[in-house]
Design a protein around this ligand. Sequence first.
Ligand code: ATP
Ligand code: MG
Length: 652
Amino acid sequence: MKQSVPRGLTSRLFAVVGGPVPRRLAQWAALVDEVNGWETQLRAETDEQLRKRSLSLRYRAKSGERLARLLPEAYALVRESSVRTTGMRHFDVQILGGAALFHGSIAEMETGEGKTLTATLPMYLHALAGKGAHLATVNDYLASRDAQQMEPVYRLLGMSVGCIQTPDTSDQRRKAYACDITYGTAKEFGFDFLRDRLLLRRMGRQMSDFLGEGSSHRWDDSGEKPVQRTACFALVDEADSVLIDEARTPLIIGSLGEKARAQVVASFRWAAEHAARFVEDEHYEYEQDTRKVELTAVGRQFLRTLPYPDLLRSVGLIDLYQYIERAIKVHRDFHLDRQYVVRDGEIVIVDEYTGRLAEGRKWRDGIHQALEAKEQIEVTVPTGQAARITVQDLFLRYRHLAGMTGTARSAAREFRKIYKLRVVPIPTNRPVIRRRQQDRIFGTSEQKWEAVVEEVRQLHAQGRPILIGTRSIDKSQYLARLLEQAAVPHEVLNANEIAREADIVSLAGQEGRVTVATNMAGRGTDIKLGDGVADLGGLHVICTELHDAARIDRQLIGRCGRQGDPGTFRQYMALDDDVLLNGLGRERAEKLTRLGQASQSNLDHYSKLFRRAQHRVERKHFRDRNVLLHHERERKKIQREMGQDPYLDTAD
Ligand SMILES: Nc1ncnc2c1ncn2[C@@H]1O[C@H](COP(=O)(O)OP(=O)(O)OP(=O)(O)O)[C@@H](O)[C@H]1O
Ligand SMILES: [Mg+2]
């Protein structure tokens, strides 16, 4: 008799999918049964016996047996290994999630359900084939935390684990990639791919030189070798962030080398330093109509007498003339707080027609850099472009791709369209008892902040830990000042020091803690409740403003109510919030702002308006991403037709 699905699991699946359980999910639930079937036997075996089993699985996988057939025993082994090393036994729903991941899905598992542990299952199974398995996540901290926490589970079964961190050298990277399993960020995987590709092309050129001349292999002498080997499987954690939100940013390797960049920067700085010593009509002429500066013969002579750093020795004189001419022009024609301002260490152009700041715009022809040098801030040299890849393309290159996140559902269409991956919701191990508290909506942000501080004060007096999410760093700092005035002790985090930040966030569940963080800081960090905190009601999360994507809000909220813990959250909104501006357009948003300033009444009925605005911004971003995808595809098609490598630029 075949008893296929554990009854508890199917009925819970039923509740999650809200109808008959799809066939696939039922099949995977049957796998859970098979995995459970191995448990008693494996429990009785020694570590050594488990390792032997693992070895034999490896052998079978390498001799071509289908991984799907090895799944039940492999998953049971990983579970047993985890029990022995971390003390955690994969819950049935985690085994189910692992099965969904192996079969190439986006597993939507609630925040705090234990995706870190779930990942060990498909990672191990794919690694058996020995063709490389990558786990990609959003930041270095999460990559190294997860690699470290899960390493003992793999090691007991004879699998090696590597982790890529941004500062790593090529040698360290090569070692990490040589491991059975490699953790890292999507960005690092992408840049290593591009660097290898550039290197291989250089090697290819040298190879053809070599064939012509009969000299030795130069690339062997330099010791340069690619760092990656082929990788067959990628599991993407925080899949919505990596595969959807970050898909818009292409990874680009500049064509200017380190030294060339340093030289350009030094030239701008040198010119800025000396520009004021050049005298009009003696050293240079200024043409009123075209606002052009040109050095005279005397000026050129004078320039040659100026001291310059060693780095400029190989810069041509003609170039130096131009640097100085540009610096003089900038010195005469561009004035701080008139044409531009300096904010957060960046030049921001003031639009001459509207007087507003033209965020993100730059002057061309080196003017922008000359200004940066004049203001003694970082000089942003355009890097040129030698190689590029989008996150989308990077992950589409893997033979097998899967993803997991707490927030996938709203992006299901995109996952299917772009990656051909289905979103599969996995039930939680225990019921989620996190409670939403009534939204609070205010006419102006000032009123909103005041109310936030008041709520923090009250809950803090009871000892409840509180996590407050803001939309930006300056808003965190603003709130921190208000809390200081209210004499509420607190910690502030911003996106700069992720490791320290994550440490603080992970302590955020202790009694009496108040933590202010940007929304983005929350993702992936695990907040454990301190002693007695559950009795107080658990962690309380305050969202001070809706983010452009509801998923980001859900991630922040997901820091409480993990693993069936108690927890509450509340969302605050004001009629002058950015989300209304972005979603409804300036005109309507300004009308609402005016209304807000006038109104003293209860604004709770505006709640729907906010969600609608948020939804519109989400759709707008979705359309933008589609346009990008389309352009990328066209570009690649043309390059392929011309016989070029679509990831490398033609010029080196
Ligand atoms: N099988 C298990 N037994 C006991 N504890 C577990 C188990 N699985 C996970 N946990 C615990 O649950 C907590 C949350 O795990 P984890 O951070 O992996 O969640 P997550 O799903 O990745 O959440 P997020 O979406 O926020 O990243 C951790 O403290 C972890 O130790
Ligand atoms: Mg996680």
